[in-house]
Ligand binder design. Structure first.
Ligand SMILES: [Zn+2]
Ligand SMILES: [Zn+2]
Length: 390
């Protein structure tokens, strides 16, 4: 419980409380009135965090609504922050840039050449989202996304490692003016929204995949059970009806009527049970932005010359010395989470393979970065899945 106690102590101190640690695993808190009122504490409160806590302590834990109450105390503080990470001696250059690029670039229809490398600073944006999926069961979690605003690359992997480094860094270094100038401007809200939406959508789907699979299995099982039960009832009624087919007389007639009504009732009930299942398993997913961190880090920026037919073009990708990883190459249509890029004939755009694929309507291959909205030959609209992002 040490981390929770530290967190609570820090939040309370920031809100003007005097806090003192008492053992085992407790805090003595002298809080100003607004804090006391919102937490429902006396003027001098003793809080306990562990299984073993001081006598008479108010037990604080992850269960109950304590986190919500501390969240209210925090308000919007900590939603957005910026930080620089430049540990001394880490801004080295890679020994063999060519080999590094061999791993980073896979261009099946173009050639490339290493052109140069510059040490600079870039700004990485890391965003945390909280998702909740609710159907017959509930599943929630956090998703972190990372972008290099300097190159446009999606850097989830690198960002995860950078966050791990941050956790070890006790000093909070604000970005220096030089670092800001070198990193250049950030993205507009529109650019960020356009880049964010498909990526977040994909990540939420990936996170929820096992949950959805298990849910579908339960639904299938319930549906089979409901079907089996009603099917048996209906079948025996139909059998009785068949047995009555040849019989004459008033009794047989009334038996037939009764069985026919029974069959109708069973079918109605079956329909109602299916509706119940549908309601019970209806899925509702909500995704909420929690936190943003803009992190200024040193990078080695690679200039790479791309050649396709008679055209050539310079692209950039960053190598991150802090985690010794290179980013995926830029991608101008499609998410581009792996390193395969096709290069277009006209403007040498880099896209995912599907970004140069034939039009599903007329069969003409075209570049989704050149023509983000529709096929240039037949005008068929480009669908969401392979739409351009930049
Ligand atoms: Zn193009
Ligand atoms: Zn077409």
């Amino acid at each position: 419980m040490g981390e929770l106690r530290d967190f609570v102590a820090e939040v309370l101190e920031r809100r003007g409380a005097a806090v003192e640690a008492v053992e085992p695993d407790g805090l003595e808190v002298l809080a100003p009135k607004p804090v006391r009122d919102s937490m429902g504490w006396p003027e001098l409160a003793l809080l306990g965090f562990g299984a073993q806590r001081p006598a008479n302590a108010i037990p604080i834990g992850l269960e109950g609504d304590w986190l919500d109450r501390f969240g209210t105390l925090l308000g919007d503080h900590g939603r957005w922050s910026e930080r620089q990470l430049t540990p001394p001696g880490r801004a080295v250059a890679p020994g063999d840039p060519q080999r590094m690029l061999d791993h980073a670039l896979d261009l099946p229809n173009a050639v490339w050449r290493f052109h140069g490398m510059t040490a600079t600073v870039t700004r990485c944006l890391m965003l945390a989202f909280h998702y909740t999926a609710l159907s017959d069961e509930k599943r929630e979690g956090l998703i972190w996304l990372g972008f290099n605003l300097g190159t446009g690359a999606i850097i989830d992997d690198i960002a995860t490692r950078l966050r791990r480094l941050l956790a070890q860094e006790t000093d909070w270094q604000a970005p220096e003016p030089d670092a800001r100038a070198a990193a250049g401007p950030g993205w507009s809200g529109e650019v960020l929204a356009a880049r964010l939406r498909p990526l977040l959508d994909l990540r939420v789907r990936q996170e929820l995949e096992p949950f959805l699979r298990a849910m579908r299995r339960r639904l299938e099982r319930d549906r089979n059970r409901v079907h089996g039960y009603h099917d048996d009832l209906r079948r025996s009624s139909l059998n009785r009806l068949a047995a009555l087919a040849g019989a004459a007389g008033e009794k047989a007639e009334s038996d037939r009527r009764r069985e026919t009504m029974r069959v109708a009732a069973i079918e109605r009930e079956y329909g109602a049970k299916l509706d119940d299942l549908r309601r019970n398993y209806a899925l509702r997913v909500t995704v909420e932005w929690m936190q943003a961190l803009e992190l200024y880090v040193p990078v080695q920026r690679f200039d790479v010359l791309i050649r396709r037919r008679k055209g050539e073009r310079l692209i950039r990708l960053d190598w991150h010395p802090l985690v010794r990883l290179i980013e995926p190459p830029p991608c101008e249509a499609g998410l581009g989470l792996d390193r395969v890029r096709f290069v277009c004939d006209d403007k040498l755009h880099l896209t995912v393979p599907a970004g140069q694929a034939p039009c599903p309507s007329c069969g003409k291959a075209f570049c989704r970065a050149c023509h983000p909205a529709a096929c240039p030959r037949c005008g068929a609209a480009v669908t969401g899945a392979d739409a351009a992002l930049n």
